[in-house]
Design a protein around this ligand. Structure first.
Ligand SMILES: *Cc1c(COP(=O)(O)O)cnc(C)c1O
Length: 260
């Protein structure tokens, strides 16, 4: 794909603008860093769902290493088509246990684990995959429910119920139990937490809650430092709340095509 291809030029421009937004926030937090809390560069995951494999190839030429997808069928086909061992595929969508085997064949990480059954299925699939190709353990983020009754629990309070949450992830009070089971599963490595801020509300309280859940998780699992948060419209707020992994789609790829 030549760099003067018009689509590549468009992606370069949009990617550059997003990288600039990230750099602006990171630069703004430098005084804190020099005072002793080192800021590391966040990982930008470019979410390529609904966009063709050719765009992934273009992004790779522009230096992108981390790409995200939210549906297994599309992700598996694209990973096979692009077949670039230098890419890391991040699975960010809702996941059923019966897709674990497929996801394990291409994914570097899964950001949407909210139940023990999914973690167990991924572990089983990864162990089998590792026998085949010796790949590294799958990085696992626990998706945390940040809406509904939990959205109000910003001051470190206890959630009313323990157990898997609704569509949007695990209840905050269930995170430690789920973390223990991921950490104890061969083939998986506990990377941290993930969250999606609720639509139509300011994202700050949700990201604050996620940061508090992350702090509690790290006191039990010091290595689980990842905070996957921030999309096109709220990446600045996520970075301000300590995001280590951003998942940006439409501001880089453009509007998603209506039909596949
Ligand atoms: C699509 C998607 C994104 C990217 O969203 P944009 O608004 O297009 O940046 C991030 N996270 C998840 C879980 C997604 O499904």
């Amino acid at each position: 794909m030549p760099l003067h291809d018009p689509r590549t030029a468009e992606l370069a421009k949009r990617l550059g603008a997003v990288r600039q937004r990230i750099a602006t926030v990171v630069a703004g937090s430098q005084p804190r860093a020099s005072a002793g809390s080192p800021t590391t560069e966040p990982t930008l995951i470019v979410v390529t769902k609904f966009h063709p494999g050719a765009d992934v190839v273009r992004l790779r030429e522009l230096g992108v290493v981390d790409v995200g997808e939210n549906r297994d069928q599309e992700a598996a086909a694209k990973a096979l088509e692009v077949a670039d061992p230098g890419l890391r595929w991040h699975f960010v969508g809702q996941l059923q246990s019966n897709k674990a085997k497929s996801v394990a064949a291409y994914a570097h990480s899964v950001h949407s684990i909210d139940r023990g059954s999914v973690a167990a299925a991924l572990g089983k699939a990864m162990v089998r995959q590792q026998l085949l190709d010796g790949r590294a353990d799958l990085e696992c983020f626990i998706q945390v429910e940040l809406t509904g009754p939990y959205g109000a629990l910003v001051a470190g309070g206890q959630s009313p119920t323990a157990g898997p949450g609704g569509r949007g992830g695990a209840a905050p009070s269930y995170v430690l139990e789920l973390a223990d089971s991921i950490a104890g599963t061969p083939g998986l490595v506990l990377a941290g937490v993930m969250g999606v801020a609720p639509l139509g509300a300011t994202p700050e309280p949700a990201f604050q809650l996620l940061a508090e859940v992350s702090a509690r998780l790290r006191s039990a699992h010091p290595g689980a430092t990842g905070i996957s948060a921030g999309m096109s419209h709220d990446l600045e707020a996520a970075l301000a709340a300590g995001a280590t992994h951003l998942r940006v789609g439409s501001d880089i790829l453009g509007p998603r095509p209506a039909v596949l």
